[in-house]
Design a protein around this ligand. Structure first.
Ligand SMILES: [Zn+2]
Length: 425
């Protein structure tokens, strides 16, 4: 079991790394967009020289110190060497509280000190950046002035493409690449592609936004369109917003997400809910019930509540005859106490397929199915899960979606895979 888990985890990591490695290469191949510094036009005209501005301040008129807060370094350690006395630091900390609690300054975060250009080089401004976008300015010149600001985020549309080829993984392993994009892709396709089973030769093209602050990437924004070729089948994903709902749709305007059936039985009576504490009818003691029981006559067909692969089909003392179905990298379901199982391990099942029949094998007082639900390897109450609506693009939004689809499908077609490039050379 542990071995299996390790194998699973390592295969996921391999996939993520392989995918991200390709992204890395292609990002550098396909998008050489140079980042233009933001210069305020009026200032440029006035001086004919670009004035270096940061945090809304002309930083060229100061001695600039940019550092990261070291472990166990406090505001006093930082400001005392820049000729700010204890009294001022104490006043600053107090005054700052409603805006930003200086005790929340964290080691590793960036701060900037703008000091006077005279012989004293006394700090005039102290600026703390809790993250790449936000900053807090402490104007130390006369009375202390404290205000917050936000850096301008530039969004650049980028493309990436790659062919999954595990052999390249070793060569490129040394590159430090954020797997964020690969993780997002696996989430978008969670309902249609099993990322545990991605194979050599699968390929993808993706159009996404990347966010930049001061010319440096701070992460991935929206993923706008994806074409994923898995086992020689094309899967598309187009990002589209309907009202407040963000979703991904295929080229036929259907949602990529599929809802689960509410219950594994067509006609049933909910006989015992998921609870952390219930009196067990057979064991006669209080214990957690991490499933939902549906009572029905022996022999009633039990359906798989979603598409997936059978990962267990066996008989165990407490479970009796049971089947476990893995739907994607997030969701797994299990069905207990069957009179008879109808599927084998490794078998692919569709939503609604009959995987077994109601019985009372194992620890059961009467015929019922105990339905268990896992989300990210944790058992949860499926009745309390907020499942995707899986609605297609609404009729009133169809025209707008079709325009978006046309534009982005064309863009995807223009992205070249390495294999095309090689053929062209
Ligand atoms: Zn149960």
């Amino acid at each position: 079991m542990i071995k299996k888990k390790i194998r699973l985890v390592s295969s996921v990591l391999t996939v993520l790394l392989a995918v991200s490695v390709f992204l890395f290469i292609n990002r550098y191949n396909s998008s050489n967009e140079q980042f233009e510094p933001i210069i305020e036009d009026s200032l440029q005209v006035a001086s004919h020289l670009p004035i270096n501005r940061e945090f809304g301040l002309a930083i060229d008129s100061f001695v600039v110190t940019k550092e990261r807060i070291k472990p166990n370094e406090f505001l006093a350690n930082i400001l005392l060497p820049h000729h700010i006395d204890y009294v001022t630091i104490d006043a600053l900390a107090k005054k700052s509280k409603p805006i930003f609690d200086v005790r929340k300054m964290v080691a590793g975060k960036t701060y900037t000190i703008l000091a006077s250009k005279d012989s004293l080089q006394k700090a005039q401004y102290f600026i703390y950046q809790p993250n790449a976008i936000d900053y807090v300015v402490y104007d130390l010149r006369d009375s202390i002035l404290i205000y917050e600001g936000q850096k301008e985020v530039e969004i650049v549309e980028k493309t990436a493409a790659g062919i999954i080829n595990s052999s390249l993984y070793l060569t490129l392993q040394e590159n430090e690449v954020s797997p964020a994009l690969a993780v997002r892709l696996s989430e978008i396709f969670a309902w249609s592609i099993d990322f545990y089973r991605i194979q050599k030769g699968d390929w993808f093209k993706v159009i996404y936004d990347e966010k930049f602050v001061d010319g440096e990437s701070i992460g991935i924004g929206e993923i706008k369109a994806v074409e994923f070729n898995h086992y020689n089948t094309n899967f598309y994903a187009f990002h589209f917003k309907q009202g407040d709902n963000d979703d991904y749709f295929d080229e036929e305007a259907n949602s990529l997400r599929k809802a689960f059936l509410k219950s594994p039985l067509k006609f049933s009576r909910l006989s015992s809910r998921y609870t952390m504490k219930r009196f067990h009818p057979v064991q006669k003691r209080w214990k957690a019930h991490l499933g939902t029981d549906y009572a029905a006559p022996t022999g009633t067909p039990i359906m798989s509540t979603g598409d997936g692969v059978v990962i267990e089909s066996a008989r165990k003392s407490a479970n009796g005859n049971y089947v476990k179905v893995k739907h994607n990298s997030v969701y797994t379901t299990q069905y207990l106490h069957m009179s008879k199982r109808n599927v084998k391990v490794g078998q692919r099942v569709r939503q609604g397929d009959i995987i077994g029949f109601v019985g009372s094998t194992g620890l059961a007082t009467g015929p019922h199915v105990c339905y268990r639900f896992w989300k990210n390897d944790k058992q949860v109450d499926h009745l309390k899960q907020d499942f995707p609506s899986a609605e297609p693009v609404l009729a009133e939004n169809k025209a707008a979606f079709d325009l978006y689809l046309k534009e982005y499908k064309q863009k995807l077609d223009l992205i070249r895979l390495q294999i095309d490039l090689m053929a062209a050379n």
